[in-house]
Design a protein around this ligand. Sequence first.
Ligand SMILES: [Zn+2]
Length: 265
Amino acid sequence: MGYRRGLFLLQGYAVFSIDAVPAFNDNYIWVIHEDGHALAVDPGEAAPLEAFLQRNGLTLGGVLVTHHHGDHTGGIAQLAKRFPGLVVHGPATLAGVTAPTGDGRMVHWRSHAFRVLSVPGHTLDHLAYYGEGRLFCGDTLFGAGCGRVFEGTAEMMFRSLQALAALPADTLFYPAHEYTLSNLAFAVMVEPANTALRQRLAADSLKRERGEPTLPATLAGELATNPFLRTQVPEVIAAANTEAGFTLPDACAVFATLRSWKNRS
Ligand SMILES: [Zn+2]
């Protein structure tokens, strides 16, 4: 798989690039870098990240961790040995975190700043990092889907997703997994008549055939195609009611029904 390269202009200056370093079967380690310095998100394994850093002449100075699962944290110990002084931002309860952070706090890296959002549901410790129009959201929001609810409640996950959905529509999302095509297959089952969804499925299928990531994705695109962010849409409610076998009382119940339906599909 190739790397997704993006060079971004901020305040008139070309400042940083973001690349997707593939890990395991379907993880992405997002690497933000500029002037030879790098910040990595959720390094579940060290080797592919170290190879990327070496190939691009980058020194790793910081890590953002979204949650405690091993496929997001497994590389931290080795990276900390390789890069002395590595600053690891993440949940306070997590081994290897040197700069504990939490909801509403800021993480600074070089001239950049990210606001920390607590988004429990997939896990109780799950954090997202939002800055400069970008959101690193781990296993909370995926392309056309969302993470499984392992530790929290469906209501927690619903509230977390609603908070992300309230960010500006042009926000770019950087999830930690390439699950978009399988999520889109489920989304089409929920909303077979959604034209934007069909168009996204065609476009993202082409990207995967070319070996390219489908990510990052825009919030606007998610709002148009992601059933887990569309629990107020009549067609989505009707599909969830049919799946449940009764009229669901509210959007959170629609979300919970979609989530358990997806788990079985
Ligand atoms: Zn996870």
